[in-house]
Write a protein that binds this ligand. Structure first.
Ligand code: CP
Ligand code: NVA
Length: 300
């Protein structure tokens, strides 16, 4: 049995297999509509979602299975009964647990006490399915992955960590431009760097945004992640130099601009760029569906 908890679980061939399966499912969805016939999953969300929730539910449906949505936004997992008991109940009924949680530890516990695959749909540390959909989007637009130069700009967060993990395994050079003290998780970066060394690519964290050049892709995410109640305007000064605007796009040389969404327009990205010709943000959103189908098919 395999889980997707961090993104470190799969090797390069397995990543490519998931991406290729997703492409195939995107082209010929009807060929796969009985893959999960009679199978089901629990889709548990401690935090809000548009894209992830919709696409996991639809992925089950399109594969002939059923996803049961469990809204936990009024009560974190582990409050009404232990996470272990919660997992042991659910595993008597469903074939997979999909969880969006505050703490990575909650997913680890679900995997420990449950007996079915657990998929991370975003935690404090990772958003692995997002990174897979993003690399599928890059492959579609640039026709390759190995050697692509991707710059992540802004707050080093769960999305940044997952772009590093998956990027290192797929051979992408990932440069994180983040204010000092706001970079990606140090342990995740270090473990991902070991993979990068094996796969002939380079990861880096830097704050000299004024020197950005020779990039293929620019990527950003919110400056304040879910669970952090700091008003956006309070962090504006810190992150504004890292905003993706037309000047920065021109300077970087990038041909694609990405954002996992939801976006705060004219904070981390300007309207002009988000609605401009290089933006592929809605392709990323669409690809969440195809990647989730491929993941469910592979893991269940
Ligand atoms: N990108 C993403 O995960 O979006 P949602 O929070 O709407 O699911
Ligand atoms: N970093 C963001 C991603 C949202 C999809 C958050 O955790 O809120």
């Amino acid at each position: 049995m395999r889980h997707l908890l961090t993104g470190f679980e799969f090797n390069q061939d397995e990543y490519l297999d998931i991406l290729n399966t997703a492409s195939e499912m995107k082209k010929n969805p009807l060929n796969f509509n009985e893959v999960l016939k009679g199978r089901s999953g629990a889709i548990m969300f401690e935090k809000p979602s548009l894209r992830t929730r919709t696409t996991f539910e639809l992925a089950f449906y399109r594969l002939g299975g059923h996803g049961v949505y469990l809204d936990l936004q009024n009560g974190e997992l582990g409050k009404r009964e232990t996470i272990g008991d919660y997992a042991r109940n659910l595993c008597r009924w469903v074939d997979c647990l999909v969880g969006r949680v505050y703490s990575q530890n909650t997913l680890e516990q679900l995997a420990q006490y449950g007996s079915v695959p657990v998929i991370n749909a975003l935690s404090d540390l990772y958003h692995p399915a997002q990174a897979m959909a993003d690399y599928l989007t890059i492959k579609e637009h640039l026709g390759k992955l190995k050697g692509v130069n991707l710059a992540y700009l802004g707050d080093g967060n769960n999305v940044t960590n997952s772009l590093l993990v998956a990027g290192a395994i797929l051979g992408i050079n990932v440069s994180c431009f983040c204010p000092k003290g706001y970079g990606p998780d140090v342990q995740v970066f270090s473990k991902a760097s070991e993979n990068a060394a094996k796969n002939g690519c380079k990861l880096e964290v830097r704050d000299d945004i004024e020197n950005i050049k020779n990039m293929d892709v620019l990527y950003t995410d919110t400056w304040v992640s879910m669970g952090d109640n700091t008003p956006l305007d309070m962090v504006k000064k810190r992150y504004m130099p890292y905003q993706i605007n037309q000047n920065l796009v021109d300077k970087s040389g990038a041909s694609l601009v990405m954002h996992c969404l939801p976006a705060h327009r004219n904070y981390e990205i300007t309207d002009e760029v988000m609605d401009g010709p290089k933006s592929v943000v809605f392709d990323e959103a669409e690809n969440r569906l195809h990647i989730h189908m491929a993941l469910l098919a592979k893991l269940i």
